[in-house]
Write a protein that binds this ligand. Sequence first.
Ligand code: F6R
Length: 604
Amino acid sequence: MCGIVGYIGKRDVAPLLLEGLQRLEYRGYDSAGIVIAGKSGGLKAVKAKGRVRELEARVPKRFAGTTGIAHTRWATHGAPSDENAHPHLDTEGKVAVVHNGIVDNASELRAKLEADGVVFASETDSEVITHLIARSQAVSLEEKVREALKIVEGTYGIAVMHADFPDRIVAARNGSPVVLGIGEKEMFVASDVAALISHTRQVVTLDDGEMATLKADDFRTYTTSGTRTTATPETVEWEAASYDMGGHDTYMHKEICEQPEAVDRVLRGRIDDKFSTVHLGGLNLDAREARGIRRVKILGCGTSYHAGMIGASLIEGLARIPADSEPASEFRYRNPVVDPDTLYIAVSQSGETYDVLAAVQELKRKGARVLGVVNVVGSAIARETDGGVYVHAGPEVCVVSTKCFTNTVVAFALLALHLGRIRDLSVADGKRIIEGLRALPEQIQEILTQEEDIKKLAADYAEAKSMMFIGRVRGYPVALEASLKLKEISYIHAEAYPASELKHGPLALIEPAMPTVAIVPDDSLLEKNRAAMEEIKARSGRILAVAHREQEKADHTILVPKNEDELDPILMGIPLQLLAYHTALALGRDIDKPRNLAKSVTVE
Ligand code: F6R
């Protein structure tokens, strides 16, 4: 979704900001813009609908300055257009604002401003912030911004420049991430470390309700009511190279191939062989509390919700605690009963997803204990939760999630093992799971070596207009996730069903033109899964099985190595990431940036 980058220092700002915007492209956007403080005073802005390269083409040769802010927009209020692109300037061209988030009372504020004679240049909600700042009678820029934000309802991450205060950028955060990058006599502001990491790894993450003033050689942070806050820069774990394509044609491919190392990372330093358990440093849940949990409710969206489904089955299986996963977006609107003995777990790769964050806030308001299973360290959800498990997948740039999904499930396996060993899981079973976890990186590597074969299958299945994915119990979330991946990047319609539900309706869809991908692990449900394949074959349906051994009923079988039954879903999902990838490639899709989608969904 929208991205912000800003700079104040001694360097020529336009190339720096354009490079920052390119690094934010992965978040998804439809237009971009840049504003700088010109050398002879005043602000100069350029905006363009479309890609950053289109903006770059419009930036005049003479566009010199050493302070500026820039933005990539993902339309919410008003269609993608030059006018609706940020930054938004006031009528006199003195104030410029870039904004991520949504102003909930924008129509009301706009009506009042228009009644006062303000002429709006765009249809966006964000422009009201600019005019409010421009009309403030306060003396300092900080005070002007503060006054404006007092009447703005909604979420924001903003960066503001003012022609009368050329020595500073003011930033503020409420619900949309803002990080400051601290350099040597230069400062950055961004919505995501990706935009600044090639210049500095020293960052300060603003909290909700916090503001910052950046000058070339100094920064300070304070609350929206003006009280100073302390902000000690932290070093970002990742290097700029983690955001590069590393010789692959797409980020998705790179991230699929990175999974063996990523899984190795989430396990590293956590396994305790002596007690056949794991140590999870940030959990903040002692053994007595863990024993008192009566239910686990996992909340996430999209792929993270699917990872949560596998997580729930791991927790229920290994720790024998009733557990389920629910879309956070639904949970928060159904006035859920919040039970003190339930452990709530928020799952999010980005740690920014608004629906998940809002669910966490609602739960905390009601006094619940909420843990996070999150990839981005220091993200909003990681900060809002009472503790949790970091997923350590590394930066995921492709809009669709692959390595984060896998690592999230592994993180759940660790949590389930931890809870299980505090409760009733035997040492022998603990050991069995640990051995299974340790085998994962090599087994994933083994699956990746089948890429050429999967590519051939993908070329064949790419002709389908619609596909069915089926699995039973542990296999069902794998089917759901595989079908989501296929539709997201190939735009082929796909349905996922529990195999047991086929004959209750979806069997009507089966015909030669509707192939089925069946998840068929070698477990106690093998015969049941075979029976489902029989039903499909009897209706002349084509079947691609993902299985531990060749399936005669299937037209094709992708073989995956066997692990422990509980951990099999982790491996069964991997070839289907490759299947979706190569199907999309065969259809010529823009794999890293699928249409209509954004990496971090920071709005409702
Ligand atoms: C799909 C995908 C999305 C996200 C969802 C939640 O490939 O990535 O479904 O999983 O938007 O995002 P996070 O995990 O960042 O909360």
